[in-house]
Design a protein around this ligand. Structure first.
Ligand SMILES: [Zn+2]
Length: 388
């Protein structure tokens, strides 16, 4: 096992790993292209005319770790883009739902951009919705529960202001179809080079029209310090100024206490994907990730994977990593991450209340198992200490 593997797949007792698998979870930050199953993306590459020699080279761009956010974004623009046509979006989404069910995800928010794809934006949206609906049926039949799921429409920071405004217009228009599963809008991409201000019109439009159609606003902000002109802190401030209902990452709250206190006081939900932060070197090492400190300070954090394919990660693995690195140490924290996620999900209120009740019940059923497992784990640890 390499050093990287020991961080990536830490060793903890299998009973505990199984429990982490069973824990009810939320997944509010998942990019469809970046989370498609590897076997699916390989098929899509073939369909998109990539030669047999070229495919392995492209797949090698998916790495255990990346030099920086720019490095992962470079890979990002070459691999996930092969989820391109409506039929590919549908198959990719269906596979994502199946994988999420293995993590016992209770509410799944998928997100994607819809411009410049291999079909009209409406066709892309409908294809994702079909994938979600078929996935939902599959989860009912095979896992016996109702996974809540929906779609967030994403605008790219590197795009023009016309592009983001067009995307916002489409999100509102398409959300008015009776069958719509659109519940969110997101701004993503390189935050150090493209200010949120560039997309002010789109964001104002979403804040004005979105709530009428059940659309919440989340913004990628504060993922890295800065590799351009705009700092992570600046990015978070702007996201709040433009009315983000949730922040994605917001790791750089580390750099500004006043801003951090504001976020805590106002209970602004943060979608956090710790493994991706370690992977792109946004933190120096896993044990130095601030999630434990943030949780102790009362920050409203929910756990997400961001890109299951590009980061080669699942939610259960992240719980294992957090536990092994002492960043979560008790049942209440695990429960809190999920409850925060349910409360922050862009679901109709009645649905959220139902899910909250179900989640409380699921947790109470697992609590004793957890206590027993931990007791054994700790006594084994004490034995080891005695022997040493
Ligand atoms: Zn993201």
């Amino acid at each position: 096992m390499t050093y990287l593997d020991t961080i990536r797949y830490p060793s903890i007792p299998s009973d505990l790993k199984n429990l982490f698998k069973k824990v009810p979870k939320t997944e509010l930050h998942l990019h469809i292209g970046g989370s498609t199953r590897k076997e699916d993306i390989e098929i899509f590459m073939k369909e998109n005319g990539i030669s047999n020699e070229e495919i392995p080279k492209l797949l090698q761009l998916i790495k255990p770790s990346y030099e920086s956010i720019t490095d992962i974004l470079n890979a990002y623009y070459k691999v996930p883009k092969h989820v391109h046509t409506p039929s590919q979006f549908k198959r990719a989404t269906f596979g994502i739902v199946q994988e999420a069910a293995k993590d016992n995800v209770k509410v799944l928010e998928t997100r994607t951009s819809i411009l410049n794809k291999g079909g009209e934006p409406k066709e892309i949206v409908e294809a994702v919705e079909e994938g979600l609906k078929e996935g939902s049926k599959w989860v009912q039949e095979n896992c016996g529960y109702n996974m809540r799921m929906y779609l967030t429409i994403l605008a790219q920071r590197f795009g023009t202001k016309e592009d983001s405004l067009k995307t916002a217009g489409l999100a509102i228009e398409l959300a008015q179809r009776p069958t719509s599963m659109i519940h969110g809008f997101d701004l993503a991409g390189d935050e150090s080079k493209h200010s949120i201000e560039e997309h002010a019109e789109a964001l104002k439009y979403i804040k004005k029209e979105g709530p009428k159609h059940g659309i919440g606003l989340t913004i990628h902000a504060g993922e890295t310090k800065s590799s351009g002109n705009i700092s992570g802190v600046e990015s978070i401030k702007k996201a709040i100024e433009y009315g983000a209902d949730r922040l994605a990452h917001a790791l750089r709250l580390l750099d500004d206490n006043k801003l951090k206190e504001f976020v805590i006081e106002n209970k602004i939900p943060i979608e956090m994907a710790p493994w991706s932060h370690v992977q792109i070197k946004a933190v120096d090492s896993y044990p130095e990730h601030p999630i434990r400190k943030f949780l102790e300070e009362g920050m409203n954090i929910n756990l997400a994977t961001d890109n299951r394919l590009m980061s080669q990660i699942t939610l259960r693995q992240q719980l294992t990593q957090l536990w092994a690195n002492n960043l979560i140490t008790n049942w209440n924290q695990i429960k809190q991450l999920t409850i925060n996620g349910v409360k922050a999900a862009f679901l109709p209120d009645i649905e959220r209340q139902k899910l909250l009740k179900e989640t409380e019940k699921d947790f109470s059923q697992l609590e004793n198992d957890f206590a027993k497992t931990i007791e054994t784990y700790l006594s084994e640890d004490k034995e080891k200490i005695k022997v040493a």
